[in-house]
Every structure is written in structure tokens, then in C-alpha cells.
Design a protein. Structure first.
Lengths: 110, 115
């Protein structure tokens, strides 16, 4: 069935380190892909999205490219900050509902 | 513009009881979706309402039910609570149904603890 698999955490990085969070999906058709972020005590908010193959979504220094051939949508940031500490969720939409991954907790230390 | 509001923020119940959670979407949003968030499972889709009609339902038992009112506010009810129902319940609203790839706006959630 449809599902999202993302890198398990927690992930701990030093400030200014490079971040990659892996995400792969299993879906019928050609879903839209998303990354949502959840800061402590808050609900999820959209970080970026891509709606078709080879699209690159970007926001706040984060990027992810829709790779249809590998069914992946890895999240990257070149230089993380303490304020990036949060839980990151990969998700896709089949046209009927959203499917979310289990979340990856990121802690950035000064 | 006010965001998605969920009440109450915290709930403590005992097994066998029932509970009702409330969600007020962003003004103008007609779609409301509910998710259960647990550490091991991430977000699991419960159901979605659009214009007072249940549009889609996830794989949860019939003890989980919901409804949407004419002002788009939504309630979720869980009857005969079990320990495994302890979770953060998140509500999300959007202008159109999620099938249109609409951006979801989430509330801060209701943390339910079942003792």
C-alpha cells in the first residue's frame, strides 16, 4: 500500500553542519511531495513541496528534489542553525489523502 | 487571521470513557482533516470532512467518529477509550479537499492521555 519511509532519528548536528534527511515513498500514480516541520509545542507547518518529477522545492535554505526514478524526496540544508531544531515529516498526496512519514527529530547544538 | 484552534489542549481520561475533541479551522476553510500522532507511527489519517460531509476515512475502528458543522468547525469523538488511544490528535484545515493538493494548516493538537 501507499507509504512513506524516512530516516529514523534522532539526528544531532553542530551548527553550520550539512543536513540530509532521507525520504522514499511508495505510491500509485504521481503524487505531490511535501516536507512539513513541527517545532516544539506546535502543529506541523509546510516547509516545501514539489508537484512533479525533477521539481525542486526550497524554503528557508532547505531543498528537496522530486526523484521519480528512485521515488525519493530527500531534504537537505547546507548549514543548519540552532533554530532548525524540530521534527521533520516527509509526506505525499495521492489526490485523495495525505500520507506522512514517522518524522525525524533534529537537534542542532551551538 | 486566526490559525487553526484545537480545544482542549490536554485531556486525561480513563479506559472505557468517551471523549470529544474540537477543531475550529481558519476562517474560510471548508476542509478539516484529523490525524493521530504517536512517536512510533508518526501521523495516521483518521478522516476528512468537507462541507459537512465525510470525504475520506482512514483505517481506524468505528469507535473513532467525527462530524462537521455548517460553520466548518469539526468535532472528533472517541468512545470506549483504550490505553492505546493515548496520542496527540491533530486537526488540519484547508480551503479545498486534500485531493486538490491543498496546503494543510495544522493546529497545535490535543494531547490525550488514557489511564
Amino acid at each position: 500500500g501507499d507509504s512513506v519511509t524516512q530516516m529514523e532519528g534522532p539526528v544531532t548536528l553542530s551548527e553550520e553542519a550539512f543536513l540530509t534527511i532521507n525520504c522514499t515513498y511508495t505510491a500509485t500514480g504521481y503524487p505531490s511531495l511535501f516536507w512539513y516541520v513541527q517545532y516544539p509545542g506546535e502543529g506541523l507547518q509546510l516547509l516545501l513541496k514539489a508537484t512533479k518529477a525533477d521539481d525542486k522545492g526550497s524554503n528557508k535554505g532547505f531543498e528537496a528534489t522530486y526523484r521519480k526514478e528512485t521515488t525519493s524526496f530527500h531534504l537537505e540544508k547546507g548549514s543548519v542553525q540552532v533554530s532548525d531544531s524540530a521534527v521533520y515529516f516527509c509526506a505525499f498526496n495521492t489526490g485523495n489523502q495525505f500520507y506522512f512519514g514517522t518524522g525525524t527529530s533534529l537537534t542542532v547544538i551551538p | 487571521k486566526a490559525g487553526v484552534t484545537q480545544t482542549p489542549r490536554y485531556l486525561i481520561k480513563t479506559r472505557g470513557q468517551q471523549v470529544t475533541l474540537s477543531c475550529s479551522p481558519i476562517s474560510g476553510h471548508r476542509s478539516v482533516s484529523w490525524y493521530q500522532q504517536t512517536p512510533g507511527q508518526g501521523l495516521q489519517f483518521l478522516f476528512e470532512y468537507f462541507s459537512e460531509t465525510q470525504r475520506n476515512k482512514g483505517n481506524f475502528p468505528g469507535r473513532f467518529s467525527g462530524r462537521q458543522f455548517s460553520n466548518s468547525r469539526s468535532e472528533m469523538n472517541v468512545s470506549t477509550l483504550e490505553l492505546g488511544d493515548s496520542a496527540l490528535y491533530l486537526c488540519a484545515s484547508s480551503l479545498a479537499p486534500s485531493g486538490a493538493n491543498e496546503k494543510l494548516f495544522f493546529g497545535s493538537g490535543t494531547q490525550l492521555s488514557v489511564l
